[in-house]
Design a protein around this ligand. Structure first.
Ligand code: ADP
Length: 359
């Protein structure tokens, strides 16, 4: 970046200065502690204790206050004491680390679970409705401010808009990663909060931007979509997701443990997972930003295979990938700014047309 903008010299100089300043302030900060630590470590060191002990013992024995045997015993005991103190000190440090770890585990376990309805209801169909949805990650900053939209079964709805508009946030409300703070999200006419979580996950599949592969083989990772799936079914899903060839090129193929896959490949594994899960509603957070062009084309192909015949909500970060969507919804500042099909939105000359121009 520095080179591109032709500011090489000046940028390097300010980097050098920042690094030197940091070095100085860090040294000023640790010096008093280091001095204290060095002095105290030296004071309890065996040579110092041995020397002081011997001098004392000689003096006490010369004065006749102790016998030489008692003096020698004193020196030996004196040598053991510092080691014990040091060991206790290390023990205390370990105890503090353990206590801090226990606290973090406690905090994690104390995270409230999403409440589960006592009388779950079954969705009737696969229409998805966002009804005046409000949501904020914290009380003081609302990310979604009354979003209403409907996704009809068998159609693809694309969410577009500037970065930070709330697109991904809206999408994650559907698999109930968070609960709305106002309004409702419904599938087949039933509020997602009233659907049994297991049933919800059989209904809503997702391919998210940050793909998480779990510890295990590639096959295990795909099988998460449907634990009962056979090897042939897993392979079929991977072929459809355009990742089969990459997997068979791995040292142990589908049985490779913790395979090193690129972002685009991991994304296709998660598409295979979603294909296998075969849910009627799908949330796709398009993450082609880090993929190479070849991988991106493969991802797009895999996504279109996945979208057929389902209720699909796509978060699109680039408009070119969603021009064919049945409906494009432009989010801005947590609200729906515009919606419609690509040609009519372009013709309207509004926010979408400006986004299209800029991209
Ligand atoms: P988009 O997908 O349109 O780029 P996001 O839904 O990711 O937008 O983000 C909307 C807003 O919510 C942003 O201001 C972002 O900083 C904030 N945000 C996103 N995820 C979190 C989170 N996990 N915790 C707190 N704030 C978040």
């Amino acid at each position: 970046m520095v080179k591109t903008f032709g500011r090489g010299r000046r940028a390097h100089e300010s980097y050098r200065r920042a690094a030197a300043d940091f070095g100085t302030s860090y040294a000023d900060w640790v010096r008093p502690m280091l001095t204290l630590e060095a002095v105290s470590t030296m004071a309890v060191g065996a040579p110092v204790v041995g020397l002081v002990g011997t001098a004392g013992a000689v003096w006490f024995a010369a004065e006749g206050w102790v016998t030489p045997v008692e003096a020698l015993t004193g020196i030996l005991v004196g040598l053991v004491v510092p080691t014990t103190i040091t060991a206790l000190g290390f023990g205390a440090a370990n105890r503090r680390t353990a206590a801090a770890a226990a606290l973090r585990i406690h905090d994690l376990l104390a995270t409230p679970e999403l409440p589960v309805s006592a009388a779950p209801r079954t969705p009737q169909g696969n229409r998805v409705e966002f009804d005046d949805v409000r949501f904020g990650y914290s009380d003081d900053a609302e990310v979604l401010r009354g979003v209403s939209l409907t996704c009809e079964p068998g159609t693809v709805t694309a969410l577009v808009g500037p970065s930070g508009a709330g697109k991904s946030t809206l999408a994650t409300l559907l698999p109930r990663f968070h609960d709305v703070t106002g309004g409702a999200v419904r599938i087949g006419g039933v509020d997602v909060r009233e659907i049994d979580p297991a049933a919800l996950h059989r209904h809503v599949g997702f391919v998210l931007q940050e793909v998480q592969l779990v510890h295990g083989t590639v096959a295990d990772n795909v099988r998460l979509g449907r634990p009962s799936a056979s090897g042939a079914e897993i392979e079929a899903a991977c072929r459809a997701a355009h990742v089969h060839d990459r997997i068979t090129a791995l040292p142990q193929g589908y049985d490779t443990l913790d395979a090193r896959l690129s972002g685009g490949e991991a994304q296709r594994v998660s598409i295979a997972r979603a294909l296998l899960a075969d849910t009627p509603v799908l949330v796709l957070d398009e993450a082609t930003a880090f993929a190479d062009p070849e991988s991106e084309a493969a991802i797009q192909d895999a996504l279109s295979t996945l979208a057929t015949g389902r209720t699909v909500l796509v978060v699109a970060h680039r408009l070119t990938t969603v021009t064919a969507a049945d409906r494009i919804v432009v989010l801005d500042g947590g609200r729906v700014a515009e919606s419609g099909a690509h040609p009519s939105l372009l013709a309207a000359g509004g926010r979408y047309a400006r986004l299209w121009e800029s991209q």
